[in-house]
Design a protein around this ligand. Structure first.
Ligand SMILES: NC(=O)c1ccc[n+]([C@@H]2O[C@H](COP(=O)([O-])OP(=O)(O)OC[C@H]3O[C@@H](n4cnc5c(N)ncnc54)[C@H](O)[C@@H]3O)[C@@H](O)[C@H]2O)c1
Length: 282
């Protein structure tokens, strides 16, 4: 019998997680707060499957079958039968805590509760439940169908069984996992990119090298697909100031302090690609 997955939140990440999971044979219940959000989510999934079919990477019949494995609901109680729940709602601690507290009462005792949070300590989310040992981080990357990595994050009380179950789930949908043993701010991935971006911005800010040359150094010297300053423009200067600022606040480690230049860029509205101007002009 197919295993059951519940995905809470049908936005960019939740719909991507539902998509790869249904394709891998999981029965998926996708939950959001409005029918519009659910329709947007499933429309996105259908279009993405169609693109894979056009490219010859997926059989049309398999896409149809995968779509048939996804049911949508606005009712959280519909997650009761899930073996694994992945939450992918807004990045707000209170919202996530409320959902986990409710899920904890609805799902079966052996079900695992995972959060796709990019940065919130899993321990804080788990503390809202009566069973923090079954709460874990499963940090997927965007776009989920394309990105290979899943960063698994232990909270203070996450059990080995929970980690093993979520790893089995992530691997079953084609991801390669890394394990973060303590839920430090920024986990491993956001910490690494933050350190690189902050140093790149400081080198640029102090006139040591041009933005192009800093990015070229990382691409040709280290084989990165994209340089840190171009990555910042793509992600959003504001997003990175926020992310590095959070890590700095929690760690008090100066190397994560957002450089003055990046803070001023945000003040001035130079947010990267989305505003037409960042480290580069678009
Ligand atoms: N966007 C990224 O690149 C990315 C990457 C990795 C992790 N994340 C994390 O994934 C999570 C979701 O991000 P996103 O980009 O998909 O956000 P999004 O805004 O695209 O989607 C969030 C969805 O959650 C729904 N929602 C809100 N409250 C809900 C509730 N109580 N029950 C069910 N659904 C609810 C919203 O209606 C919306 O559809 C965040 O924690 C984010 O930090 C995002």
């Amino acid at each position: 019998m197919a295993r059951k997955l519940a995905v809470i939140g049908a936005g960019l990440m939740g719909s991507g997680i539902a998509q790869v999971s249904a394709q891998a044979g999981w029965d998926v219940v996708l939950r959001d707060v409005t029918d519009q959000a659910l329709t947007r989510g499933t429309d996105g999934i259908r279009k993405s499957y169609e693109k894979f079919v056009e490219k010859g990477k997926l059989q049309a019949a398999d896409a149809e079958a995968a779509l048939g494995r996804i049911t949508t609901t606005t009712d959280l109680d519909a997650t009761a039968e899930a073996d694994v729940v992945v939450e992918a709602v807004f990045e707000k601690l209170e919202v996530k805590q409320e959902i986990f507290a409710t899920l904890d009462k609805i799902v079966r005792p052996e079900a695992v509760l995972a959060s796709n949070t990019s940065a919130i300590p899993i321990t804080k989310i788990a503390a809202a439940t009566a069973h923090p040992e079954r709460v874990v981080g499963a940090h997927f990357f965007s776009p989920v169908p394309m990105m290979q990595l899943c960063e698994l994050v232990r909270g203070y009380k996450t059990s080995d069984e929970t980690l093993a179950t979520v790893r089995e789930f992530a691997e079953s949908v084609g991801k390669t996992c890394i394990v973060v043993n303590r839920d430090v701010a920024g986990f491993v991935t956001t910490r690494l990119i933050s350190a690189l971006v902050v140093e790149a911005a400081k080198l640029y800010e102090s006139g040591v090298a041009s933005a192009e040359d800093i990015d070229t150094a990382c691409k040709l010297g280290f084989g990165h697909a994209m340089g840190p300053l171009a990555t910042t423009d793509l992600t959003g200067v504001d997003i990175l100031v926020h992310a590095t600022g959070n890590i700095y606040t929690e760690s008090q480690d100066e190397k994560f302090a957002p450089p003055e230049l990046m803070r001023r860029m945000v003040d001035a509205g130079d947010l990267g690609r989305k505003s037409g101007q960042g480290f580069y002009t678009y």
